[in-house]
Write a protein that binds this ligand. Structure first.
Ligand code: UDP
Ligand code: MG
Length: 140
């Protein structure tokens, strides 16, 4: 994966609240191309592994149980400066601090149930995309 790709998940709150279509529309309207996508559900073990980087943080246990509480949509996205551009599109981690019009401002429930994940670096985008998708599934 190169510097033009990022990885996202539509989290259980946004899936449960019926926002998959609206969020995918916002992502495509912002110029991202879908390279890979799947609807799935993480086990606690899989969510724990995905968020291992946060395991010393106080919210880790809740984050893992939340992220395995319902289905998600996982996707690899492509655009110039994808990581930074996508972080701008989704807004701050805490939706009360997210810029108006961002995906988290529009669709998130709380700082934990904040609608979407977005990778924080090119390196993590590659790791996270490869966690969900084989090379054969990265077709866009
Ligand atoms: N999170 C939380 N409480 C916090 C900070 C983060 O529950 O105080 C959750 C939230 O779902 C967030 C995820 O942990 O998206 C990962 O945290 P990070 O700091 O990486 O935020 P992000 O990169 O998602 O904006
Ligand atoms: Mg993060």
């Amino acid at each position: 994966m190169n510097g033009n790709r990022t990885f996202t998940m539509i989290k259980p709150d946004a899936v449960g609240n019926g926002h998959i279509g609206n969020i995918l529309k916002d992502i495509q309207d912002a110029g991202f191309k879908i390279i890979a996508m799947k609807f799935t559900r993480l086990s606690e073990g899989q969510a724990g592994k995905f968020y291992e980087v946060h395991k010393e943080r106080p919210f880790y246990g809740e984050l893992v149980s939340y992220m395995s509480s319902g289905p998600i949509v996982a996707a690899i996205l492509e655009k110039d400066e994808a990581v930074a551009s996508f972080r701008t599109l989704i807004g701050a981690t805490d939706p009360t601090k997210a810029e108006p019009g961002t995906i988290r401002a529009k669709y998130a429930e709380s700082i934990a149930a904040n609608a979407v994940h977005g990778s924080d670096s090119d390196e993590n985008a590659a790791i996270e995309g490869n966690f969900f998708f084989s090379a054969l599934e990265q077709v866009g």
